[in-house]
Design a protein around this ligand. Structure first.
Ligand code: G3I
Length: 281
């Protein structure tokens, strides 16, 4: 019942040339969603990747203008068509020591995060505004840094409504369920909603035959979705793709089968694991 554009609403495809906006990809996704009773979460207004080359070549004053124009242009176009936006994606450094060194931090200063949320709210008064990141699902330095960032935004009255936990994990190594729950709870205590935004569970390094590996994957999906169902702050789960035939994981990590449907679009045990989690089984 919910759809996130994996590519089509990012900066590169929407404003590949400065000031010239292109929306056919995202519009087709919105049209599909509307035709199928689904809602859309926009992804992502400000991210240091999927940027056209011209952004990095701008002076700081020009970058500020382009930054504002992009957010207004894209969030304005989709106003009333998306229920939420990943306003800023992956702004925290992997070390957990503060903001990632990006063209936006260098050109605009640390307040660019707050400014992005304010601009998004102006452009779309009704969308849920989300900060989205990875490797910050449980507890630890990066998770603490995300918590500190969004706590500061809330305390300053910056319009932020939620946090996305991407949940790109391996079945052989992921945050403890207790820590995921505790993290969701502390974010909820700030008045923020939480969502699992890009879930996939890699199983290439799980030992055993395929049946065994698919059962392990099923259990991981079941257990983590059960945490979201149990935690009041957690409002949704999005999988980063649905068929193993199309996953970013293959190119980034190597061949794997991380999703709920196989390459021929047949449901895997992981699908019933998610179903059972939602049914409280
Ligand atoms: O289709 C275009 C083609 O028309 C164009 O000429 C070419 C120019 O580079 O790009 C092609 O698009 C590719 C796009 O996927 C659509 O397939 C891009 O090359 C490629 O970089 C892009 O990769 C996406 C990546 O983000 C970067 O945007 C992956 O599909 C997508 O799964 C991945 O998703 C990210 C989330 O946004 C943020 N969290 C991490 C996650 C995984 O990296």
């Amino acid at each position: 019942n919910d759809l996130t554009a994996e590519w089509e609403m990012k900066w590169d495809p929407t404003e590949n040339t400065r000031g010239t906006f292109n929306f056919p990809g995202g519009d087709a996704i919105v049209a599909f969603a509307e035709a199928n009773g689904m809602q859309v979460k926009g992804h992502a207004l400000i991210w240091h990747q999927a940027l056209p080359g011209w952004v990095a070549s701008l002076s700081a004053p020009e970058l500020r203008i382009a930054f504002e124009d992009h957010i207004r242009g894209v969030a304005g176009h989709y106003r009333g068509q998306v229920r939420a936006w990943d306003v800023v994606n992956e702004a925290i450094d992997d070390s957990g020591r503060g903001l990632r060194d990006t063209v936006f931090l260098r050109g605009l200063g640390a307040d660019y995060v707050a400014e992005a949320f304010r601009l998004a709210r102006q452009a779309d008064p009704d969308a849920e505004l989300i900060y989205n990141d990875y490797s910050a699902e449980g507890l630890g330095d990066k998770s603490d840094a995300v918590y500190d960032l969004v706590k500061g935004l809330k305390q300053r009255g910056v319009p932020i409504d939620g946090v996305g936990m991407q949940m790109h994990i391996s079945a052989t190594g992921y945050p403890s369920l207790a820590n995921i729950a505790a993290n969701m709870r502390r974010l909820g205590a700030l008045g923020l909603k939480v969502n699992i935004s890009e879930m996939d569970v890699r199983i290439s390094d799980v030992s055993g035959d395929l049946t065994t590996r698919l059962q392990v994957q099923r259990q991981v999906y079941h257990d983590i979705v059960t945490v979201c169902v149990a935690e009041p702050a957690c409002e949704s789960v999005t999988f980063w793709g649905f068929t193993d035939a199309h996953t970013w994981v293959d190119a980034f990590f190597g061949p794997d089968d991380p999703l709920l449907f196989d390459e021929r679009y047949y449901a895997k045990p992981a699908f019933s694991g998610v179903e059972d989690a939602y049914l409280g089984r």
